[in-house]
Write a protein that binds this ligand. Structure first.
Ligand SMILES: Nc1nc2c(ncn2[C@@H]2O[C@H](COP(=O)(O)OP(=O)(O)OP(=O)(O)O)[C@@H](O)[C@H]2O)c(=O)[nH]1
Ligand SMILES: [Mg+2]
Length: 459
């Protein structure tokens, strides 16, 4: 383990850095109430160690008796707390100086500074949360759309954990039967020939496939997708960017080469957080700053999950458009061709011969065609992914990897039901191991460490 011991009492500032109405220093562990009692002075003279109340008003002082801040102290006794340990939360004013001073006082009295994610890791170690629920807590904090929040809440509530428990039970039961057949070979046939058992395993296999398919939606909802707006100068990329943001974020001007930086903002489209990037118009240029912008635009196109290739509909297509289309096609990223400025004249731009995912005609100026365009884009971003946030859904690459391995074991097992019981048992054991990596039961320690270390401090 990354951490010295769960015997330590840990402390951290659990609210974001900066100024706010309140800020919280959290302590968890066997000594947290003792430590809190040494630094806290109740305004009514109450002894927090003996009193059954859970919230106390008073102030925190340092070793010399110097007052630090007026606070509300919230006590949660084991196991009825987030970590399942004794927890003291000191609600102070949300400024850096009071919070830092309170934290230092807690450390001086014997607490250890918590590592990132260590409170949640303790909840996991103490069996309060399995890994899917611990990870969902992090998703809840990071959720950028209501859909993402709904999905995180479902997982934090144990929807995925329960689905995995069901699968594990089916496999464990099959394993027990097959192991019995290994131990007592004289008993009839290997149990896997049992039709009811095969049926149950097939159902589990279907459920696994459904979960693997759900990962696309889960990943999109959680991580969002990157969409780059790319095209030649002056075609209306920044106008489209502003329109999708419903904000005047990027400068729009009739001068070609206006945008020289890459500008990124997040918008929600159909519940998916979209990292939208406006880029410099692509052209050969002698100006070094604009050239740097074009380089950034190329990089944005390379990194994007989807490209919006914007052209001027009122102009006939040129060789430069064809060359740019060819360059973008080589990236093998899905491209939407957006013919902008349809208000100016009848469309004269003919699409280059490239495999576009969709073709949309719009006017970023008048708004014509935009509703249809947003619909098409949303459909494309959602893909075949079913955005059913209340059913169990995988939302991380490591979950999908493990589920794939588990499903592969079951595929082999069911493809060869006449295999020896030893071989069948082996596949089932491997499948159980893979499922356990999602729930945290068999996750290798280095992976666990990495997962919890990616949490924020104080969480
Ligand atoms: N008539 C008309 N003009 C538009 C439309 N969209 C943008 N424009 C105008 O076209 C000019 C260029 O628009 P921008 O959004 O700055 O174009 P851009 O692609 O970001 O240009 P660069 O940043 O220079 O690459 C501005 O004068 C816009 O007002 C449109 O749909 N119709
Ligand atoms: Mg621009």
């Amino acid at each position: 383990m990354r951490y010295a011991s769960t015997e330590d009492t840990i402390a951290a500032i659990s609210t974001p850095r900066g100024e706010g109405g309140i800020g919280i220093v959290r302590l968890s562990g066997t000594s947290s109430l003792q430590i809190a009692s040494k630094m806290f002075i109740s305004s009514r003279g109450r002894n927090i160690l003996k009193d059954t109340r859970r919230v106390f008003h008073g102030h925190v002082s340092d070793a010399s008796g110097q007052r630090i801040d007026e606070v509300l102290l919230h006590i949660m006794r084991a196991p009825h707390s987030y970590t399942a340990e004794d927890v003291a939360e000191i609600n102070a004013h949300g400024g850096m100086a009071p919070l830092q001073a309170i934290l230092e006082e807690a450390l001086r009295l014997g607490a250890r500074l918590a590592q990132p994610g260590e409170f949640t890791q303790r909840a996991f170690i103490n069996g309060r949360l399995d890994l899917t629920r611990a990870e969902a807590v992090m998703d809840l904090i990071g959720a950028k759309t209501r859909t993402a929040l709904n999905a995180a809440n479902a997982a934090a509530g144990g929807v995925l954990a329960r689905a995995l428990a069901g699968l594990r039970e089916t496999l464990a039961d099959a394993l027990a039967r097959i192991e019995a057949a290994v131990d007592f070979p004289e008993d009839d046939l290997p149990e896997l020939v049992d039709a009811a058992l095969i049926h149950r395993l097939e159902r589990a296999q279907e459920e696994m496939k459904r979960l693997i398919a759900s990962a696309d939606a889960g990943l999109r909802i959680r991580e969002g997708v990157a969409v780059a707006i790319v095209g030649r100068p002056n075609v209306g990329k920044s106008s489209l960017f502003n329109t999708l943001l419903r904000d005047t974020r990027a400068i729009v001007s009739p001068e070609p080469g206006t945008t020289r930086d890459r500008i990124e903002e997040t918008v929600a489209l159909g519940g998916i957080p979209v990292r939208l990037m406006d880029t410099a118009g692509m052209r050969d240029t002698p100006h070094s700053v604009e050239f740097m912008g074009v380089t950034l635009a190329r990089r944005a196109a390379q990194q994007a999950d989807y490209i919006l290739f914007v052209v001027d509909a009122s102009e006939p297509s040129t060789e430069a458009d064809t060359a740019l289309a060819a360059e973008l096609t080589r990236l093998e990223t899905p491209i939407v061709l957006v013919r902008n400025k349809i208000d100016l004249a009848e469309t004269r731009f003919t699409p280059p011969d490239a495999p576009f995912k969709a073709l949309c005609d719009i006017s970023a100026l008048t708004g014509a065609g935009l509703e249809r365009f947003e619909e098409q884009l949303t459909e494309l971003l959602q893909g075949d992914a079913v955005m059913e946030t209340n059913s169990p859904m995988l939302s991380r690459t490591h979950q999908k990897d493990s589920m794939r391995r588990a499903a592969a074991c079951l595929d082999r097992l069911l493809a060869n039901t006449a295999a020896s019981p030893e071989l069948s048992a082996l596949e089932l054991r491997d499948a159980l191991q893979a499922l356990g990596e999602i729930t945290g039961e068999t996750t290798p320690e280095h992976l666990l460490d990495r997962i919890f270390a990616s949490f924020c401090i104080g969480k």
